[in-house]
Design a protein around this ligand. Structure first.
Ligand code: GAP
Length: 501
């Protein structure tokens, strides 16, 4: 096993998590993420966010919303339904094409996504038809390495449900889907938002919320699950905009945003999705990849998608519009009641806006942030401690108020009063469940930037000791100045606006 993130071999100190399992165990031990339905034996690949995990995920979503919807002047936010009219998924193309190729291994009986297997794509020669490649023994089982695989067959990944108390499971008029992407809720509301908010191109619409996919091979903790959360933004532009360049510009902006969340640039990489692997709506997609598997010996196997930035053309708005007709003059969409075109006052032209879409996963961002923040440090006694160096804006708890003596009512009273006074401006907790060393260690492990200790002297001088998570340095601060002092030091890392050509 090779760890790329050892600082040195004499005193091994991790500067990021050595693997996902380290985070799984920290997440469960400290209340970030628990296996779902555990008392009933669990539910494959479902996870529940605990008290600290929900705070971390909320802080990521809020940072994203502030960055796009508040700090820019060209983006609106919405929150659409999870269950939409089935016709949305017919005309978006998901009913016909949102499926993964599935194969079974005849040797080890594993069921896998074929397009994730070694040899599936014809880069190294051979026939391009996947089933011909499987028959020729070019595709390998990811579990046992056998090439004795069934032919691929397609499996639609949308979760089905039926609407209405009286509906039977087989009634096609009651059939509905849980959304597999938040994006369609944006497209079907495009005209509502453009007109009510009096928007002119270019402008964007952002949405954060749950999506559902019946993944064939979920796994790797919260990296690939069947229920997950997305932060998506559709950026609407004119048909003659420089779309491919816009993809690069959004890639650059997101790289800066991830760095602003505390993610090391060395753990981020770009992947230009090959033409043959593009989604049905995309003309170009660039994925931002994170090094989720640092333990893997081959560098190219260490990466997995954190988010994608796609040029979706005018595909979606056109597909959902009532007017477009085929060569014989027949409406392509016979069900829509609206034309989602845009009239450009300056050129007096009507057209369907084109779209550049940055689509990020909340859960994958949570995992990347946790892995990147993970570090180990050895104290004077030679004990190794975990320190979660979360960016201050993301830390679930900003300050822990700790009494040095929990049997001294005056000290306890003062510590609780300080906690209450800080609460309106930052998330603070009071903790007296252990000795001071244990309490410091616990807060370090959950990424709390500051511990505030109330001691005997505090009763005399109205001052407390503020301990820094990363340096373990301590300073004495007057209680009257504490809120301002902490707020100043808790400022988010700056997100620079990158130079884009
Ligand atoms: N609207 C475009 C779209 O949905 P995508 O690449 O399929 O694009 C965007 O999904 C992001 O959503 C991914 O980059 C990933 O972060 C997240 N995501 C997708 N499927 C996921 C899953 N099964 N589990 C966790 N996150 C997922």
């Amino acid at each position: 096993m090779r760890f790329t993130n050892f600082r040195n071999s004499v005193n091994p100190v991790f500067v990021t998590a050595p693997n996902i399992d380290t985070i799984v165990s920290l997440a469960k031990r400290r209340g970030f993420v628990f296996p779902s339905s555990e008392i009933y034996g669990g539910l494959g690949s479902a996870w529940d966010y605990g008290p600290l995990g929900v705070e971390l995920a909320n802080n990521i979503k809020q940072a994203w919303w502030r960055w796009l919807v508040y700090e820019r002047d060209d983006i609106e936010g919405i929150d659409s339904s999870i269950i939409l009219n089935r016709l949305v998924w017919k005309y978006s193309g998901h009913e016909a094409t949102f499926h993964d190729p599935l194969v079974d291994c005849r040797e080890c009986k594993s069921r896998m996504r074929a397009d994730k297997l070694e040899g599936y794509f014809p880069e190294g020669g051979g026939p391009s038809d996947p089933n011909a490649r499987i028959r020729d023994g070019l595709v390998k089982c990811s579990e046992c390495g056998s090439t004795n695989l069934t032919e691929e067959r397609f499996f639609n990944m949308m979760f089905r449900t039926t609407l209405g108390a009286a509906a039977s499971d087989e009634d096609p008029t009651a059939l509905a889907y849980l959304r597999p992407e938040t994006a369609q809720g944006i497209f079907i509301n495009y005209l509502n938002i453009q007109t009510t908010m009096r928007r002119k191109l270019p402008f964007g619409i952002a949405q954060v919320g749950k999506s559902f996919r019946n993944e064939i091979t979920p796994g790797n903790f919260i990296l690939r699950t069947r229920e997950f959360e997305q932060m998506e933004m559709e950026y609407f532009v004119k048909p003659d905009a420089e779309h491919l360049k816009l993809v690069d510009e959004w890639v650059a902006l997101y790289l800066e945003w991830f760095k602003g969340l505390g993610i090391d640039a060395a753990n981020l990489q770009l992947h230009e999705v090959p033409k043959g692997e593009l989604a049905h709506y995309s003309k170009r997609t660039v994925d931002i990849m994170y090094r989720y598997f640092p333990e893997r010996a081959e560098e190219e196997r260490q990466w997995e998608e954190l988010m994608g930035i796609a040029y979706r053309t005018d595909f979606d708005l056109k597909s959902h519009s009532s007017k477009p007709a085929d060569e014989e003059g027949k409406r392509v969409n016979a069900d829509s009641t609206e034309d989602l075109s845009y009239f450009d006052e300056s050129t007096k032209q009507r057209f369907y806006p084109h779209v550049v879409e940055p689509a990020a996963g909340v859960n994958r961002t949570v995992l990347a942030v946790l892995m990147d923040a993970y570090s180990e440090k050895t104290n004077d006694k030679g004990e190794t401690r975990v320190i979660l160096k979360l960016s201050p804006q993301l830390a679930p708890i900003k300050a822990a108020i700790l009494p040095l003596a929990k049997n001294k009512p005056e000290i306890v009273g003062m510590a609780k009063a300080i906690k209450r006074s800080l609460q309106p401006v930052l998330r603070a907790v009071y903790d007296d469940t252990g000795g001071i060393g244990k309490l410091y260690a616990r807060q370090d492990e959950i990424g709390t930037p500051f511990c505030v200790t109330v001691d005997h002297q505090s009763l005399e001088d109205e001052a407390v000791t503020v301990r820094d998570r990363d340096t373990w340095e301590q300073e004495r601060i007057k209680v009257a100045d504490l809120a301002e002092h902490l707020q100043k030091r808790l400022k988010p890392y700056p997100v620079a606006t990158p130079e884009v050509s």
